[in-house]
Design a protein around this ligand. Structure first.
Ligand code: BDP
Length: 587
């Protein structure tokens, strides 16, 4: 689905601002900000704890000069599902909280008219949603010993009251988390575009513009100075840029061309980066050169906004990535706002793009009926993000159970793996992020193009004993070495309270976090099949309450307000040195 754009043929109206909101149909309306999660916008605990439906309302007016245009209402993400009403009539609905959807207003509302727009949002999570909500009353981060009464009580309350218990470790932020816009196109318009670049400058293209004479469809590629670099015609074809500048991750140059499609009276432009991402043996290659992922995983999480999109937060984060000499992140654990991908295209930060399939750790989940919906979400994510040069790997999901019923797991995940390859015109490598498990029995994670494993030796197990942690990690890496694939340590980390210090470097101190990372680095640096290290997490982030969460997950290299802990300085130095040594990528 194309991102809304204002140009010579299209107009965009941003509906961001103050809307009206209520948690119950009987409540009085109060003021809310859009986009943002509603949970932290009021001191009323009902906002934070809310489970179920909530309502947003605003008035929209279409300018008279929209006459003759196709008018579309687009939501970038409403979490987790919603129904949309215009003057009380339902005009669309959507399932899934992290991908865009749109509906035509043409015919429903005339230019010059005003109407009431209401959005009924639903934040409930269960076995039919991605991410998953637990249905057995046990929260993700309880203690292992819940006791039979607590489990039964949790179960009953869950059934009676419909309490939301996530099967994942991040706060279930909800509402209109991303921008809402009205945009126009001419009546005959460009529905989708696809670009497939090769390193020799060849660009295959496709324009989906129903009803428009192919003779009236063209593509012009402009270089960074705005000069024409190549031109083509028709619905699809192949053109060639002479002496192409490549898009390279920082510290290389993320050179961007602009691809301008014209079809009839419509126009659509997007950045084009010439780059290739693929796996060869146990290496991950970008533009034919070995690439080592180094950068912390993220969340969309910030004070006040919750998971709400904010350009200032996104840019601050990416500038902190540059400060760290980090070159990548994974969109743990859901597709992020589109603005973040555009920023990373410009800034040369590589993205591993992940579906919201998180919380599938219960073994019985292979009996749930999720596969079809999961496939739809994967397809939608790829359709949305396929043209971004910053996206180099698709992640099917995070930490499902794959070792208890290895055959069942393989039968669930491998069709999705094949689907990702089929759906992606650029055929990027595909992964599924693996949990700490009995990897020898696992038929799925080792079958991915590039192996992503999350490991917490020294934290959740062998806690505080870093010598034992190194021993265990080395034992495991010996096994992975024989698989002949590139392996990324895609999560590892230690909860750390900013400002808590101790000469003995014990758990939760800033000294321990550094010692933990030093220990793991020592093991990774011995192996050349290690294609990357992605510490967990970039910044502290909000979670549900739990005995292991002191005001949220504290594994950040930065505090939640983005102040560096000692570990941030550690990685800044380490990755700075790596950057200097990385052959060929230095400008
Ligand atoms: C991993 C999960 C991640 C958690 C992390 C942790 O993938 O979502 O936040 O553990 O415990 O298992 O900090």
């Amino acid at each position: 689905m194309l991102y809304p754009q204002a140009n010579t043929a299209r107009a965009v109206m941003d509906l961001s601002g103050f809307w009206s909101f209520r948690l119950r149909e009987t409540d009085p309306w109060q003021t809310i900000a859009v986009p943002a999660s509603y949970n932290d916008l009021s001191p009323d605990p009902a906002f934070r704890k809310h489970c179920g439906l909530a309502w947003y309302r605003t008035r929209i007016t279409l300018p008279s000069f929209f006459a003759g245009q196709r008018v579309v209402l687009r939501f970038d993400a409403v979490t987790h599902s919603c129904r949309v009403f215009l003057n009380g009539e339902q005009i669309c609905s959507h399932r899934g909280g992290f991908l865009p959807f749109e509906t035509e207003l043409t015919g429903l509302m005339a230019p010059g008219e005003t109407a009431e727009l209401t959005v009924e949002v639903d934040n409930r999570i269960n076995h039919d949603t991605l991410p998953i909500g637990v249905e057995n009353g046990i929260a993700f981060f309880g203690s292992d010993n819940q006791g039979i009464t607590a489990v039964e009580a949790g179960k009953r309350l869950q059934e009676e009251k419909g309490i939301n218990r996530p099967a994942f470790d991040f706060f279930n932020y909800a509402g209109i988390n991303r921008p809402v816009r009205i945009y126009t196109t001419p009546k005959e318009y460009i529905r989708d575009v696809t670009l497939i670049p090769s390193l020799d400058g060849t660009v295959k293209f496709e324009a989906d513009a129903p009803g428009i004479d192919p003779e009236r469809i063209s593509l012009t590629i402009l270089d960074a100075e705005g000069r024409t670099a190549a031109e083509g015609r028709g619905v699809s074809g192949e053109i060639r840029i002479a002496n192409p500048h490549l898009w390279e991750p920082r510290p290389g140059t993320p050179y961007l061309y602009t691809a301008v499609f014209r079809a009839g009276g419509d126009e659509y432009s997007l950045p084009l980066g010439i780059r290739e991402a693929r796996v060869e043996g146990n290496r991950f290659l970008i533009n034919g050169k070995p690439f080592r992922f180094h950068g912390p995983c993220k969340h969309e999480d910030s004070p006040f906004r919750g998971r709400g999109t904010d350009a200032v937060v996104n840019l601050t984060d990416i500038n902190l990535f540059h400060w760290l000499h980090a070159n990548c992140f994974r969109t743990s654990h859901y597709p992020y706002a589109e603005e973040m991908y555009s920023l990373c295209d410009r800034e040369g930060i590589v993205i591993v793009d992940e579906t919201p399939a998180v919380g599938m750790w219960a073994d019985e989940h292979y009996g749930w009926n999720l596969a079809e919906y999961h496939a739809e979400v994967l397809r939608e994510m790829i359709r949305r993000d396929k043209n971004h040069p910053c996206v180099v790997v698709w992640s099917l999901g995070n930490e499902p159970s794959t070792d208890v019923y290895p055959e069942k797991a393989r039968d669930y995940w491998m069709p999705l793996y094949r689907l990702a390859h089929e759906a992606d015109p650029q055929n990027r490598p595909v992964t599924l992020v693996g949990c700490q498990n009995i990897y020898e029995k696992d038929l799925t994670i080792p079958a991915m193009d590039i192996v992503f494993i999350n490991r917490y030796y020294g934290w959740y197990n062998l806690s505080g004993d870093l010598e034992a942690a190194k021993y265990a990690l080395r034992m495991e890496l010996d096994w992975w070495e024989d698989r002949g694939k590139p392996v990324v340590l895609s999560e590892y980390g230690a909860d750390t309270i900013s400002g808590l210090h101790g000469a003995a470097a014990e758990m939760f101190t800033e000294e321990f976090q550094v010692a933990f990372y030093e220990a793991v680095s020592e093991c990774l640096d011995e192996r050349d099949f290690i294609a990357g290290e992605m510490p967990w997490n970039f910044a502290d982030f909000s979670t549900e309450q739990g005995p292991m969460r002191a005001g949220g997950n504290r594994k950040g290299l930065f505090s939640r307000d983005r102040r560096p802990k000692m570990a941030a300085h550690y990685f800044r130095k380490r990755w700075g040195q790596m950057e200097e040594n990385q052959n060929g990528l230095k400008t």
